[in-house]
Design a protein around this ligand. Structure first.
Ligand code: R5P
Length: 294
């Protein structure tokens, strides 16, 4: 197996190659003055199983096109099998038709990647497992929550309270709790179906005097974390951290979260940001080693 670190995840892809002891194929890439992408694989992939590491956070369209181009180039140059390692899978939130006239966007992404020659997908904490069912080839999602929780243990925060910002994320808080060894709980979040406005409440939390780490899959605008931090402050938490797998952190999200009294944001390098303090490389290189031996 050989690893192709795509332009959107160059650093992570290189770390994965290094940790797994696999050869890497460098990629030359550029963007033409009109915005079109160009990629070229700088090594032989003939008869190889290749793993292309490429995240698909913003700019989603360009990153997806580069991924498709790298997969097609691999197949054109004789690769036997192409596994796409997509740390953050874009469009997983539009996994079904909510309103008539819409598209199930992830289905189109899946068809496009299939047409480009991808045979298998590995992603991390996909927003909806249902999105994976739309791929016409094997697709699975790994969890990085234990890695995030381990980061806090290493820093001496064992037994911290693992909080999910809504009931749907309780399984995330429970995964963190298994590593941290403290309590876990969740807030309630309700969305107005007409305005899209969300309301969060926290009953029976017992956060007083505790170190609380809010765990979520994605931090996007930061609204969810800001709301949760406000409740925790009102309830007298000692200190509040925010941890997520995918730190999209759109616009001034980071500032808003810090202004809400959160001590620190810890994310992974699924989306390269200042908050990407935990690398997915151990998780993904381990998965590639298993694939290779299987
Ligand atoms: C929601 O279901 C997700 O798990 C996150 O809570 C959400 O995407 C966070 O978005 P934002 O940061 O914009 O509140």
């Amino acid at each position: 197996m050989k690893v192709i670190p795509g332009p959107a995840s160059k650093e992570l892809g290189e770390k994965i190659a290094q940790l797994s002891g696999l050869e890497k194929i460098p990629v030359t890439y550029k963007v033409f003055p009109d915005g079109e992408s160009y990629v070229r694989l700088e090594g032989s992939v003939r008869s190889e199983h290749v793993a292309i590491v490429q995240t698909t956070s913003a700019p989603q369209a360009a990153n997806l096109m580069q991924l498709a181009f790298m997969a097609a180039a691999a197949k054109r140059n004789g690769a036997r099998k192409v596994t796409a390692v997509i740390p953050y899978l874009a469009y997983a939130r539009q996994d079904k038709i909510f309103l008539q006239g819409e598209n199930a966007s992830i289905e189109t992404v899946a068809a496009m990647l299939h047409a480009a020659g991808i045979d298998e997908l590995i992603t991390v904490n996909v927003h909806s497992e249902n999105a994976l069912a739309k791929f016409p080839f094997p697709a699975r999602s790994l969890t990085a929550i234990p890695l995030l929780a381990e980061h806090f243990v290493q820093r001496g925060f064992q037994n911290a309270f693992a909080l999910a910002p809504d009931k749907g994320a309780m399984y995330i808080a429970e995964q963190a709790q298994r590593v941290l060894g403290g309590e876990a709980g969740s807030l309630e979040k309700e969305r107005d179906p007409y305005t899209g406005q969300t309301t969060q409440t926290g009953k029976n939390l017992n956060a007083k005097g505790k170190t609380v780490i809010i765990f979520d899959d994605i931090i996007s605008t930061g609204g969810t974390i800001v709301g949760a931090a406000k409740i925790l402050r009102e309830q007298g938490a000692k200190q509040v951290f925010a941890a997520c797998v995918h730190p999209l952190l759109i616009g001034d999200a980071e500032k808003r979260i810090m202004d809400a009294g959160v001590k620190e944001i810890v994310g992974t390098d699924s989306v390269p940001r200042r908050a990407s303090k935990v690398s997915l490389a151990p998780l993904l290189s381990n998965e590639l080693r298993t694939l290779q031996s299987g």
